[in-house]
Design a protein around this ligand. Structure first.
Ligand SMILES: C[S@@+](CC[C@H](N)C(=O)[O-])C[C@H]1O[C@@H](n2cnc3c(N)ncnc32)[C@H](O)[C@@H]1O
Length: 279
């Protein structure tokens, strides 16, 4: 019996992503190490370990997860070195950055996700005896509800510079829901805060592999609902300035990883974006 429904449950997607982080961690040329990922995947009871990397779609999702993890890890660490003292992970899933990044003392992590994710995740982490590198709070909340209120109740301080990490979530929500989430987090972002996000880009509509991926997601009951047309317009309207913007394909190439899909013909398919709060 699994903690998650195998299909139709968006929370189960967090297990596949953790599986890919576990696999990446075993490579000689690993882009990061996530020592807790395999225990979380095993405890989930989901058969994601059978995902075959030689399948082109699986390999593309695997390489995307590996590349985006590295992109975000580097920028979280850099933001903290510039003074951010809170890291908030909306839709944290089975993320273990609070344990593995080794940030300086006093940097607080806040993980927000649906209640069933933490009901599963917390006992597994406790059993592992792993210690978070700083204060870590979990916030069981729906991002389409009053999650910022719950985040604040958990100790989040709107006066403290924060790094926000939106990873593997925006495509599961509608444009309206994403606008709302961005409005809400922007309203509580102190000067010096930074925003990191991964999202589909307009090329996702026509690019063949992404269409296949979208079809698989729809068949599993968790179809993709949105993409970000223009990161500058999306975040700029809420007081953020883009520090860097690339695609997962382009970023992969800079770290020696081919994310196997063709965006030359269709334009950007997946954005990786780093923005800084305008003073
Ligand atoms: C693909 S996983 C990504 C998890 C994590 N960010 C990562 O990259 O490993 C998507 C996550 O979004 C969460 N999620 C989906 N809809 C949500 C909502 N409305 N409120 C809070 N979390 C949500 C799911 O429970 C799941 O953990």
């Amino acid at each position: 019996m699994s903690a998650f429904n195998a299909t139709g449950d968006v929370s189960s997607t967090s297990v596949l992503i953790a599986h890919f982080r576990a696999l990446e961690s075993t490579r000689d040329d690993a882009l990061f190490e996530d020592p807790l990922a395999s225990a979380l995947v095993e405890a989930s009871g989901l058969p994601v370990g059978q995902a075959k990397l030689e399948h082109v779609i699986t390999s593309r999702v695997y390489e995307s997860v590996a590349a985006r993890t590295r992109y975000l890890d580097d920028r979280i660490e850099a933001a903290v070195s510039r003074g951010a003292r809170q890291v908030v992970l909306p839709a944290a899933g089975l993320d273990t950055r609070a344990y593995r990044l080794g940030l300086p003392d006093g940097v607080a992590f806040f993980e927000v996700d649906l209640e069933n994710v933490f009901a599963f995740k917390e006992p597994v982490l406790e059993q592992s005896n792993a210690k978070a590198t700083g204060p870590r709070s979990v916030v069981p909340a729906d991002l389409t509800g009053d999650w910022v209120k719950q985040l604040t109740a958990a100790g989040f301080d709107a006066d403290v510079p924060t790094v926000w990490v939106l990873e593997g979530i925006l495509m599961y929500l509608t444009d309206e829901q994403n606008d709302q989430i961005l409005d809400e987090l922007s309203a509580v972002s102190a000067p010096g805060s930074e925003l990191l996000f991964v999202s589909f880009a307009p090329g996702m509509i026509a690019e063949e592999q992404t269409k296949e991926l979208a079809g698989m997601a729809t068949a599993a009951g968790i179809g993709f609902k949105s993409h970000v047309a223009d990161p500058v317009a999306w975040v700029g309207a809420r007081g953020w300035v883009i520090a860097d913007q690339t695609t997962i394909k382009e970023f992969g190439a800079t770290i020696g990883r081919d994310v196997p899909y063709d965006e030359a013909q269709f334009g950007p398919v997946t954005w990786l974006v780093h923005a800084i709060r305008a003073e």
